[in-house]
Design a protein around this ligand. Structure first.
Ligand code: R5P
Length: 348
């Protein structure tokens, strides 16, 4: 049995109970009291894929983290138990649908169903990494569109609001009928990269579909953009067929939504080298999916630094070239605004 929340594995918070003789706190202002009322009607529940992140978001947002038990049976089935009332509460379910994708997805569905049956007021699925987002169209006949299917089952389970970060393509939002708040980690990643850049660095989009993301990134840092045009041969093999833009003698920063096998980055670096780019390749990607072999592939390609976020728990993935920046402040800001009924514009 895995437990998340207070007293669970992820509960590293210090006790906040007042000690006898402790100094009285200053009076709370009226707006803060009003703000607290929203917080007091709200709970964050963590799935097992995002325990560390949920704990950080709860602390940052000042919202209580509820206790959840997840039990896996010998036959592979699972169940969840929420150890407190969610009746009429504003519930945030924080769970990345990262590997093992199907396990984590079913867990999220079970949490949503449990909240719905427990009469929660609003159920918001905060899915920092949305698995299956790449299956957003049919590549051939008699193939599914998994991103659409996932959107449908989340809604069927009772989710009535979704928060995501850097979807593979923004149009995935269109698979949902419930509101989706699509946040981006580009500002967080760009700030992390800023002081590591060589003079004249070019931001590279690894494929034509990711140009908007690379352009937004480059604009924040005042850099130029180049594009590589890639062709996926299989799940693990990618070929870059063309480099578009001026890269000769320049350091390159490849910006992508995710690193899975590392095949895209490796192929992109090889093509940039051939086009005469200088050494010192950097990569910035929101989702560190990092399938087996990715680290070696990136090292063999000669990438000197990889900046990612913690939308996917790193599972001990630590190596000198890897730098992980946190999206907890971004998600905590979103949670606070949603509780207060405020716009998320300008958040990211
Ligand atoms: C594909 O279009 C995505 O934006 C990423 O470039 C890709 O999914 C990364 O996967 P991998 O690391 O396996 O090449």
């Amino acid at each position: 049995m895995e437990t998340t929340g207070p007293g669970g594995a992820a509960d590293m918070r210090a006790s906040t109970r007042a000690r006898p003789g402790a100094k009285a706190r200053p009076a709370v202002r009226a707006e803060e009291r009003a703000d607290r009322r929203g917080v007091d009607r709200c709970t964050i529940l963590a799935g097992t894929a995002s325990r560390g992140l949920a704990d950080a978001v709860a602390r940052e947002a000042g919202v209580p983290l509820g206790r959840v038990e997840v039990e896996r049976f010998p036959d592979g089935e699972l169940t969840v138990r929420i150890d407190e009332s969610v009746r009429d509460r504003d519930v945030f379910l924080l769970q990345a649908t990262s590997s093992p994708v199907n396990e984590h997805l079913v867990e999220l569905l079970a949490l949503a169903d449990a909240c719905r049956r427990g009469s929660a007021g609003r159920i918001t699925a905060v899915v920092p990494y949305f698995g299956y987002a790449r299956s957003d169209r049919r590549a051939g006949r008699r193939e599914p569109i998994m991103a659409g299917l996932v959107a449908e089952v989340l809604e069927a389970a009772g989710v009535d609001h979704v928060v995501v970060i850097d979807l593979h393509t923004p149009q995935v939002e269109g698979f949902f009928r419930v509101p989706v708040d699509h946040l981006t980690a580009i500002p967080v990643l760009a700030e992390a990269a800023r002081d590591r850049l060589e003079e004249g660095t070019v931001v590279v989009s690894p494929d034509v579909g990711a140009v908007d993301r690379a352009t937004a990134f480059a604009r924040r840092l005042g850099l130029g953009v180049a594009i590589t045009h890639k062709r996926r041969v299989s799940g693990e093999r990618v070929e870059v067929v063309r480099v578009i833009g001026e890269v000769e003698g320049k350091a390159c920063l490849i910006v992508d939504d995710m690193i899975s096998t590392g095949g895209t980055v490796a192929a992109c670096v090889a093509a940039l080298r051939e086009a005469g780019a200088g050494d010192g390749f950097m990569v910035a990607a929101t989702h560190a999916v990092l399938s087996p072999g990715a680290r070696e592939r990136l090292a063999d390609a000669g990438v000197r630094e990889v900046i990612v976020t913690n939308t996917v728990a790193s599972e001990g993935e630590v190596w000198p070239a890897l730098r992980v920046v946190s999206v907890a402040p971004l998600l905590a800001g979103a949670v606070r605004r949603l509780i207060a009924g405020e716009s998320l514009s300008g958040l990211a």
